[in-house]
Design a protein around this ligand. Structure first.
Ligand code: GDP
Ligand code: GDP
Length: 436
């Protein structure tokens, strides 16, 4: 599972600077969910090809009286969601009472935490760090976030205890099942949809209600196929429908996406597509998962508005045009059964074994129809292709000057592969290698 790291500390110790440093190249796709996160900010980061999530908790007040309430307000939530906590202090200011109060709080939280002494640029790191021994934290790191100094080494050590292989929490009893995550922002109808999907006539559920803070995994069979539903809404954890609705958690959602083969992103037809939907969609694409879009509450849309809404959605979702869009009513069950067809197709496309032979043949055809451009009087040569991975399908193309292939040509190749292989519901990645 993708590890989650929370940054906590007094204001001005450099949390945002470190957050930006870590998420810089990633665009912080999921940052700033207004109204949901208060002052917490979520971003995706990577160490080599290992993804992890960073939560920036913003400032806490800094005066000891305020700490209890402020910690309870937001940092505690972040700490609760995190697998590891980076407790940041300022080398230039030295140890102060607010740091000590925070350290006490962290100890009570029972989370593994690391002390990060920031702003050591221009200082003697050993001396700067020695001031903080008094906090009694075993794992200490000296960094300069604004210069990126020591950051990589620190993150490497922090991530070390977490398994690098993305292993699934899914039950081994269903090793071949299609893992389907139902995600979406609060109130779009995830719980209603989960109940519908599981309540369908042909569905046999092997239910083991979970108790963890993460999503619930529900195995079921439909026809000949096995599925594992990753339920971020926590439907089965609740004893009855009246019980308090599960709190929406971005971390839980990100983890569910990463652990799924196919994601069903649920949106609300009444509200159209809002920023939070776009953030989630961005994450699904980035994660490379199979994707099915479900526009829910279609029952409440006036018939004379339907075409207009369909057009509008199609336009805004054009960058994910490989995904099927379904207009459904989870409440009445309309259209819900059809989701399976798209889920199955996306899974099949995302996990299909692609032969070197077929991939190379398609490449030759594409190049024949439309040759790559000349670079400095030399034509780019693309010679052969093979599969480099599944879910998402990765197609590795070998040739000369491949570093110079224009984006537009890469997109053309992707389109040809998609068409020829009939790949649906999944992103397709193309990677070029130069064989000199
Ligand atoms: P936050 O309130 O904890 O999020 O702190 P910020 O990231 O906003 O940083 C507070 C100030 O410290 C800013 O002026 C940063 O430029 C500065 N700062 C952050 N990291 C470093 C560092 O490694 N070295 C130095 N010299 N200044 C830093
Ligand atoms: P969640 O927070 O995403 O799990 O959303 P819920 O499943 O709890 O649904 C939120 C509200 O939307 C509830 O009042 C549902 O009854 C309602 N709802 C869910 N699906 C539909 C639908 O297809 N049509 C209509 N009209 N209401 C729906």
């Amino acid at each position: 599972m993708i590890p989650v790291i929370a940054l906590v500390g007094r204001p001005n110790v450099g949390k945002s600077t470190l957050f930006n440093q870590l998420t810089r190249s990633r665009d912080a796709l999921v940052a700033n969910f207004p109204g949901l996160t208060r002052d917490r900010k979520y971003g995706e980061a990577r160490l080599g090809d290992r993804p992890f999530v960073v939560i920036d908790t913003g400032g806490i007040s800094g005066d000891e009286h305020g700490i209890d309430s402020e910690m309870a307000e937001q940092s505690l939530v972040a700490i609760e969601e995190a697998d590891a906590v980076l407790f940041m202090v300022d080398a230039r200011e030295g140890l102060n009472a607010a740091d000590q109060a925070l350290a006490r709080h962290l100890r009570q939280s029972n989370k593994s935490f690391h002390l990060v002494v920031n702003k050591i640029d221009g200082l003697d790191a050993d001396v700067a760090v020695s001031d903080f021994y008094a906090l009694g934290v075993e794992s200490m790191h000296a960094i300069a976030a604004s210069h990126g100094r020591g950051v990589r080494a620190m993150i490497t050590e922090v991530l070390q205890p977490f398994p690098a292989e993305a292993s699934s929490e899914a039950d081994d009893a269903f090793p071949n099942s299609t893992r389907v995550a139902i995600v979406g922002r609060p109130n779009v109808g995830k719980s209603t949809l989960v109940n519908r999907l599981l309540g369908e006539d042909r569905v046999v559920v092997y239910d083991q209600p979970g108790t963890t803070r993460d999503s619930i995994y529900i195995d079921f069979q439909r026809g000949e196929r096995d599925y594992t539903l990753i339920d971020t809404a926590g439907v089965r954890r609740r004893k009855n429908v009246k019980q308090v609705v599960e709190k929406f958690s971005i971390v839980k959602t990100l983890k569910a996406v990463d652990d799924a083969h196919v994601v069903v992103l649920v949106m609300d037809a009444h509200e159209g597509i809002v920023d939070q939907d776009m953030h989630l969609l961005g994450h699904c694409i980035e994660a490379g998962r199979g994707l099915v879009l479900a526009v829910n509450k279609w029952d409440g849309v006036e018939p004379d508005q339907r075409d207009w809404i369909k057009n509008e959605l199609g336009r805004r979702l054009a960058f994910a045009d490989y995904a099927d869009i379904h207009f459904i009513s989870a409440l009445h069950g309309t259209g819900v059964g059809h989701l399976y067809k798209s889920i199955d197709a996306a899974f099949e496309s995302a996990t299909r074994k692609l032969s070197t032979n077929a991939l190379t043949r398609i490449l030759e055809g594409a190049v024949f129809d439309h040759s790559p451009p000349m670079i400095n009087g030399r034509r780019i040569k693309l010679r052969y292709a093979h599969a480099g991975g599944q879910n998402p399908p990765l197609i590795v193309i070998h040739g000369n000057q491949t570093g110079k292939v224009p984006n537009s040509y890469a997109r053309y190749l992707e389109k040809v592969y998609r068409r020829e292989l009939k790949l649906v519901g999944t992103p397709v990645r193309i990677e070029f290698r130069t064989a000199e």
